[in-house]
Design a binder for this molecule. Structure first.
Ligand SMILES: Cc1cc2nc3c(=O)[nH]c(=O)nc-3n(C[C@H](O)[C@H](O)[C@H](O)COP(=O)(O)O)c2cc1C
Length: 173
């Protein structure tokens, strides 16, 4: 069966190496349009997208996160674009809604010929002692907290599909 949506789902990979070239404005607009077209419980849209193309801001978040994680390296893989997704902390379904929106961005990026990787580890910058500072730096709205980030750019690496874990599906008859 040949279907562009199913092909995008099947071919998407977490990309952990990017070329230096920037994501174009047209591409970014398309990614954000796709993000806000995502479904959410009661259509509450409990998300906020902080679009960062300034490497100094990403580096500052990275430095705090790796410090709090007692590790080193670049959690963002030098991607030219990072979207930080924050969610309305009090909303029952917000984290799920934000996850769905983030996957929508990942699939849209793939459809545009871009690579992406969803990132949970940057959470460490927002849950540490400087969390409030980073919430403000990233312009999370009042009452919102970090959900996840997604790094996006022109892929410089490829990756095999992940092995599918067995036993994850039951057919009840
Ligand atoms: C919620 C979430 C958090 C993730 N956090 C990270 C991360 O911090 N760093 C990273 O390199 N990959 C991260 N990943 C990517 C996963 O490792 C990846 O999706 C998984 O290994 C399957 O590989 P695939 O995406 O290529 O199919 C995360 C994925 C999800 C969905």
């Amino acid at each position: 069966m040949s279907n562009p949506v199913l092909a995008a789902i099947a071919d998407r990979r977490s990309i952990r190496g990017y070329k230096a070239e920037k994501v174009t404005k047209e591409q970014l607009d398309a990614l954000l349009k796709a993000a806000v077209e995502s479904p959410s419980a009661r259509n509450s849209q409990p998300w906020h997208f902080s679009v960062v193309q300034n490497p100094a801001i990403v580096a500052e978040v990275n430095a705090e996160a790796v410090k709090n994680l007692s590790r080193d390296g670049d959690l963002f893989y030098a991607a030219p674009l990072v979207i930080f997704v924050s969610c309305q902390a009090e909303d029952r379904w917000a984290r799920l809604d934000c996850g769905i929106a983030t996957q929508t961005i990942a699939l849209a990026a793939h459809a545009l010929g871009l690579g992406s990787v969803i990132l949970g580890l940057p959470d460490a910058a927002f849950t540490g002692s400087k969390g409030e500072y980073f919430n403000r730096l990233l312009k999370f709205p009042e009452g919102y907290s970090f959900a996840v980030a997604i790094a996006i750019g022109v892929p410089a690496t490829t990756k095999e599909a992940h092995p599918v874990a067995p036993g994850k599906i039951d057919h009840l008859i």
